[in-house]
Design a binder for this molecule. Structure first.
Ligand SMILES: Nc1nc2c(c(=O)[nH]1)N[C@H]1C(S)=C(S)[C@@H](COP(=O)(O)OP(=O)(O)OC[C@H]3O[C@@H](n4cnc5c(=O)[nH]c(N)nc54)[C@H](O)[C@@H]3O)O[C@H]1N2
Ligand SMILES: Nc1nc2c(c(=O)[nH]1)N[C@H]1C(S)=C(S)[C@@H](COP(=O)(O)OP(=O)(O)OC[C@H]3O[C@@H](n4cnc5c(=O)[nH]c(N)nc54)[C@H](O)[C@@H]3O)O[C@H]1N2
Ligand code: SF4
Ligand SMILES: [Mo]
Length: 808
């Protein structure tokens, strides 16, 4: 059982009562917590958790609870804008903006050919937006330059699942976490990045002592502090660690031979790829003691159920896909998959990044179809009433490939929907230069850093102002109802896409409009037909049922189905050649295998054990750049802060960038807490206050990537490396070489960041603002430990960990 009891978290404007609570889902992270949006006078005035939702039983985290402030922000973009001859963005009508975009698309296709329009979307929209993007992109524009920030986020989830099991979809679900004896959190810090999920784990652990918790992270995170075993490995040593573990499990005979025999192929090759990884060698490569490694092996070898989550410490690290494949291998040789409490749970990050993969808005064709398989293209052509030759085949391009194509002048229109690449892509200077070269459309509720390179801005409706569905990290499809109308003159992503399709006059083979639905619900009904018979079959879902059951996990293949808790409980994998979503890729080069090569593997419904040979990180510390840089998240902020930076409480809690430094490194360089220091990589530098402690290991720096203001020297992605994993094409945000320097300079605080000035922006008095942000129940990020932030932080202009106003 997930939660012992419900707890309804609520956050509303104190001065306003709520007239209506509208059914919705949190639009922040991939946990997918159920919520209700509070409405009064057609305005969002608050949020509360949905006590019946199995994922959260009413709980919300700090970002979930404060997300609605962004809807009411005084600086919402309220008109389309077009860049004029002088280089200024000027207000324009929808007709002017949309006809300009349609003209640019046509010109680009005429001058540069079909694959010259790129749509770069998001993991924060709705399944219906993604499916429409897929249809417009593939069938209308005939481009396969469809990608999304999901490439930065969960591409590795997809590709490791494709390699091992033939199709996307995390085998285990959150319910398995409630049942498992052992939980490994691998490169995953949910105490900060999935707070309700972590509470769910800790809720059970405090009650029952289970699961045994192994955390694998080079930092001693809040999550690691709760672990039974923290494996504090060196950066970029994920594959050595699991090669060592797998080798020893085999050596100890702690494997399920019958399972391996019956349900897998590739055992011998896999086995020889880990042969060299003795415990001693593993300890040396990872920096973890032999005894801790042996403890981990003991637990993994003996446990009767096991769930492993992976997230950015793996996906954005060196050898991303290989490390995740090693996790799949470990589950397969132990026979711990498809059974209650067992299976790999490769995570998602954004609230609907999985939905974009499922709907075909990135990479593969809709409903897990293989773009290399003529049969799948033929199915899509039938479903969309097109001729096969009208649909582009071939492997997908990732965003870094697309940036390269822009640099080569091969792209005439880059349409950016729901993402802020000037802050979130690696090696910012390169991105900035590339995007300045081509015609860029930015579709966002706000002016962002990326607006600086936009030729057209389109203002969009946000969460709460539109209807649709999202897929979370464990295949749950959740519904979001529209609570309020968007601001005047602002449209939803979905409506903008439909408008574009109309202007482009996309037709099917009978001359009828390519897109015939006009509401998201009709679109969902069409997607259901597309999903029929595929791994993500949604036949049994309707909007009404999704609301009644509080979400359903795919597959739901029959009308009366209520969804599927875990995949592969029959040990039949999606590796039959015409079922598979892929023919697989070569581990080192990323080259796509041919149909024949895939057939030669002989999987035919069995899972594939791939070899996991170790390759060192692309960039490593040198004499000039002697330290490791890693980047990631803190609990208060969401990515590039366009939402959380507009929530007074969250903004006040963490206003500026910083760097986490180990005590010994600080001592060596004579750096004191709060002092502004310089961090330099081969690509760029930042100057931010130092936070000193034990959390990061010696020789490693951690910089949150949330702070990306173009005028401030605090953006992590000025420094990161744009090398990508050859299989998933996901960038290596977690490792770069860098140098730390003392510069003895004071950091001027932004004098506008006072509680009074923020209150003024919202037209509130100071006390009203404080009341608006007061939370009835304290955040219980960790059971028993109350982490109270709001008032102490707001009342203290200088949060303890950022004493940047101190002059030295
Ligand atoms: N507060 C907050 N929550 C979020 C988000 C947010 O922006 N803010 N974003 C959401 C999204 S989109 C995502 S993708 C998730 C990401 O969620 P997480 O993956 O949990 O977050 P990160 O901080 O990116 O990275 C996780 C950990 O990887 C560790 N790490 C670094 N290098 C290595 C390595 O070589 N090996 C291992 N094993 N670990 C390493 C880091 O120390 C870090 O603690 O969070 C989601 N939730
Ligand atoms: N150094 C470093 N870089 C990273 C990471 C890291 O760990 N380290 N993590 C990476 C990961 S995992 C991720 S997911 C990315 C996230 O990076 P981004 O996706 O670039 O970050 P967001 O701030 O979430 O951008 C979402 C944008 O969508 C807008 N938006 C909000 N609602 C809507 C809507 O309904 N419609 C539209 N059209 N727009 C909307 C927001 O205002 C915002 O501008 O960052 C990546 N970059
Ligand atoms: S855990 Fe994620 S989905 Fe749940 S409330 Fe927090 S941000 Fe929202
Ligand atoms: Mo992400």
């Amino acid at each position: 059982m997930a939660w012992e009891k419900e707890r309804i978290d609520q956050n509303i404007y104190s001065q306003g009562e709520v007239e209506e609570w509208v059914y919705s889902t949190c639009n922040i992270c991939s946990i997918g917590c159920g919520c209700y949006i509070g409405v009064k006078d057609d305005q969002i005035v608050g949020i509360k958790g949905n006590g019946d939702h199995p994922i959260n039983r009413g709980r919300l985290g700090p970002k979930g609870e404060n997300q609605w402030h962004a809807n009411n922000a005084p600086d919402r973009l309220l008109t389309p804008m077009i860049r004029d001859d002088k280089g200024e963005l000027q207000a324009a009508s929808w007709d002017e903006a949309m006809s300009l975009i349609a003209r640019k698309a046509k010109e680009s296709i005429e001058e540069k050919g079909n694959n010259s329009v790129s749509i770069y979307s998001t993991g924060q929209g709705f399944l219906e937006d993604y499916y429409t993007t897929a249809k417009i992109g593939r069938a209308g524009l005939q481009t396969h330059l469809l990608d999304a920030n999901t490439r930065l986020c969960t591409a590795t989830t997809e590709f490791c699942l494709l390699q091992s099991f033939g199709a996307d979809g995390a085998p285990a679900s959150f319910d398995d976490i409630d049942e498992t004896d052992t939980l490994i959190l691998f490169g995953h810090n949910p105490a900060e990045t999935g707070t309700v999920f972590f509470e769910r784990v800790m809720d059970r652990k405090k009650r029952t002592g289970k699961p045994y918790l192994i955390v694998i992270d080079p930092r001693e995170t809040l999550t690691a502090k709760e672990a039974d075993l923290h494996l504090q490995l060196k950066p970029a040593s994920n594959v050595p660690l699991f090669n060592g573990i797998i080798r020893q499990l085999i050596k100890n005979g702690q494997i399920d031979k019958e399972f391996v025999e019956k349900y897998t192929v590739g055992y011998e090759k896999m086995k020889s790829s880990v042969e060299e990884w003795t415990v001693e060698k593993t300890a040396e490569a990872t920096g973890i003691s032999e005894s801790d490694i042996l403890t981990a092996i003991d637990v993994i070898g003996e446990t009767s159920s096991l769930v492993t989550t992976t997230l950015q410490g793996v996906f954005q690290s060196a050898e991303a896909t290989t490390a995740c494949v090693a996790i799949n291998n470990m589950h397969l040789i132990r026979g711990l998959i498809g059974k209650p409490g067992s299976g790999p749970l490769h995570m998602a990050g954004q609230p609907s990044s999985s939905a974009n993969r499922t709907a075909g808005g990135v990479g593969t064709y809709p409903a897990h179809r293989n773009p290399m398989n003529p049969l799948h293209i033929q199915q899509m052509a039938e479903l969309w009433n097109l001729n096969e030759e009208d649909l582009p085949a071939g492997p997908e391009k990732g965003i870094e490939d697309i940036i390269g194509l822009i640099e080569e002048d091969k792209i005439g229109l880059f349409w950016n929907i729901g993402t802020n690449p000037l802050v979130s892509l690696p090696n910012r200077k390169r991105v900035q230069k590339a995007l300045s070269k081509t015609f860029v459309v930015v579709q966002d509720p706000f002016l962002t850093e990326t607006s600086s390179v936009a030729d057209v801005m389109l203002p969009v409706a946000m969460w709460g102002e539109k209807e649709g569905t999202m897929e979370n990290a464990d295949r749950t499809i959740n519904l979001l109802r529209k609570a309020v109308e968007p601001p005047n003159n602002v449209k939803s992503d979905f409506d903008i896409l439909l408008d574009f399709a109309k202007r482009m006059e996309f037709k099917d083979r009978d001359g009828n409009p390519l897109i015939q639905y006009s509401t998201t619900e009709e679109c969902f009904e069409e997607f259901k037909k597309v999903s029929k018979g595929r791994p993500c079959d949604m036949t049994g879902m309707t909007y009404e049922k999704l609301q009644k059951l509080n979400g359903m996990r795919w597959p739901a293949p029959t009308e009366d189905s209520e969804g599927t808790t875990r995949l592969y409980s029959d040990f039949n994998f999606h590796t039959k050649v015409d079922d598979a979503q892929t023919y697989g890729k070569d581990q080192f080069t990323g080259r796509a295998f041919t149909r024949e090569e895939f057939e030669d593997i002989g999987a035919e419904g069995k899972a594939i054990l791939h070899p996991t040979v170790h390759l060192p990180a692309y960039e490593q510390p040198t004499d000039e750049y002697p330290m490791w840089l890693t980047t990631g998240r803190l609990v208060w902020h969401w990515h590039t802060r366009t939402k959380t930076g507009r929530s007074p409480m969250l903004h006040m809690a963490a206003q500026h960038g910083y760097v986490e430094v180990n005590k010994k490194d600080a001592e060596r360089l004579n750096i004191i807490e709060g002092e502004v220091v310089r961090v330099t990589s081969p690509r760029g530098e930042i100057e931010v206050p130092a936070r000193i402690g034990d959390a990061v290991q010696e020789g490693l720096l951690f910089v949150p990537f949330h702070f990306g203001n173009l005028d401030k020297k605090e953006s992590a992605n000025e420094m990161t490396v744009d090398y990508v994993d050859p299989l998933s094409k996901q960038p290596t945000f977690k490792q770069a070489a860098c140098r730390l320097e003392k510069i003895r300079k004071t950091h001027e605080a932004d004098s506008e960041d006072t509680i009074e000035s923020i209150a003024r922006q919202y037209g509130l008095s100071r006390n009203e603002l404080l009341a608006a942000n007061r939370k009835p129940s304290p955040y219980e990020l960790q059971m028993g430990e109350k982490v109270e932030i709001p008032l102490s932080v707001i009342n203290t202009p200088i949060p303890t960990y950022m004493p940047y106003r101190r002059s030295l």
